[in-house]
Design a protein around this ligand. Structure first.
Ligand code: SF4
Ligand code: SF4
Length: 73
């Protein structure tokens, strides 16, 4: 597992927007790339996590998910 860099190129590849757990709050603030950033302060219901389908998961060999709740790895 490698640390994900908090940079625009990585944010552009984040697929959180397509996640069922991505809320109106996170959408309104255009949040994402939680695996490299702090956790979201938005409340949300756990309805699944699509991080496993994200290209960054493969590239950085991430093993988790729900980074919006836990913050950076
Ligand atoms: S692994 Fe998850 S939080 Fe990280 S960029 Fe991909 S979709 Fe976003
Ligand atoms: S970190 Fe996972 S659960 Fe949270 S919004 Fe992104 S894909 Fe969904």
């Amino acid at each position: 597992m490698t640390k994900v860099e908090n940079k625009k190129e990585n944010l552009m590849r984040c697929i959180c927007e397509s996640c069922p757990s991505y809320s109106e709050c996170t959408k309104g603030e255009m949040q994402g790339l939680f695996c490299a950033r702090a956790k979201s302060l938005c409340g949300f219901d756990k309805k699944g996590c699509v991080c496993g389908n994200c290209p960054l998961t493969e590239e950085f060999r991430l093993t988790g998910g729900y980074y919006c709740e836990s913050g950076a790895v």
